[in-house]
Design a binder for this molecule. Structure first.
Ligand code: TXA
Ligand code: MG
Length: 305
């Protein structure tokens, strides 16, 4: 935007300003007990696309959704007995639980990267808790740093890579843990450690997804062949358009990359459930958010068995 980022000390005025940005669909940086998060309304796909745009993140990884309490979490995900026991023991706190997505979940599919599971966390930090209450929205939040930079544990770290790219940072001083939350998956009757963190839990160690979360095998891929850079549909293809290439559907008729990112996984799901046996996707420019969109499209189009 070219504008400067405002830094406000944690307090009622900062929270009110941040909640107004959240409801207007803009991401804001807020401290949690682990690292500073870049939070946006998890039910608003364009707001979530704004997180990726600000971070300059070249791929869409599923994001953690922050909620005020277990009751709110259970409206978004399905908890088995083991997940419930962990939630009751460690929430609020630096534990994230990956559970099956609830059937009627209002969460934007860009948040879960189209997966049928969702990562949920009830944070303990009073600033994040106040923002959840004031905004009344579940908040998707990755660490508040530009892609490839280290996670921020102070407001100054956030500014170092995101100054001018977001409207507001709430300054709550240095974070308590300085390390991202422990992530445990409870999706198939067992517990799996996806990312070690401040809470040490005995769960069978999952080695994927720690060093390279973007490479998670569980990433959504359509069940049909996908052809990229299509100028028009061939016989048997469902065409996802972009810009001047009109299709059965469009990522963004106006060629807007934020809109395209917000619609990407919905478009892929619609194409997958259409009658046509194959999917074609129009060319998306490889710049800005287009890098992340094309990363996901290339994965969707990659040969598989
Ligand atoms: O401490 C934290 O967790 C911080 C603060 C801001 O809450 N957030 C954070 O978010 O570290 P992020 O985006 O850096 O890490 C999210 C990671 C993804 O990279 C992925 O590994 C995992 O969470 N994840 C999210 N949803 C998932 C899902 N449905 N299945 C598997 N892994 C998931
Ligand atoms: Mg991160």
């Amino acid at each position: 935007s070219g504008k400067r980022t405002e830094v406000r000390p944690f307090g009622p005025e900062a929270i009110a300003a941040a909640a107004a940005f959240i409801r207007a669909g803009h991401p804001v940086a807020v401290p949690t007990e682990t690292v500073y998060g870049l939070a946006a309304d998890a039910t608003n796909a364009e707001a979530v696309a704004g997180i990726y745009a600000a971070k300059g993140r070249p791929s869409f990884n599923p994001l953690i959704v922050h909620v005020p309490d277990l009751a709110a979490a259970r409206r978004l995900g399905e908890f088995d007995a083991a997940a419930l026991a962990l939630a009751k023991q460690y929430w609020p706190g630096p534990l994230t639980l990956v559970v099956p997505l609830a059937a009627d979940s209002p969460i934007a599919s860009l948040v879960t990267a189209g997966l049928s599971s969702i990562a949920l966390r009830v944070p303990a930090h009073p600033a994040m808790r106040a923002l959840l209450e004031a905004s009344g929205r579940p908040l998707a939040a990755p660490s508040a740093n530009a892609s490839g930079r280290i996670s921020p544990t102070r407001a100054a770290h956030v500014l170092a890579s995101l100054d001018g790219r977001i409207p507001l940072v709430i300054d709550g001083g240095p974070t308590a843990h300085g390390l991202e939350s422990t992530i445990i998956a409870a999706t198939d009757g067992s517990l799996r450690l996806l990312r070690p963190g401040p809470i040490v839990i005995d769960a069978s160690k999952e080695t994927r997804g720690i060093e390279a979360p973007g490479m998670l095998e569980s990433h959504y891929a359509p069940g049909k062949p996908v052809r990229l850079d299509a100028g028009s549909a061939r016989a048997g293809e469902w065409l996802i358009g972009f810009g001047s290439v009109a299709g059965d559907d469009s990522l963004s008729a106006s060629g807007d990359l934020v809109e395209a990112a917000a619609r990407l996984f919905d478009c892929l799901h619609r194409a997958d459930s259409a009658a046509a046996p194959r999917i074609a996707v129009a060319h998306v420019p490889d710049e800005g958010l287009g890098l992340a969109i094309n990363d996901r499209l290339r994965r969707a189009a990659a040969p598989r068995d």
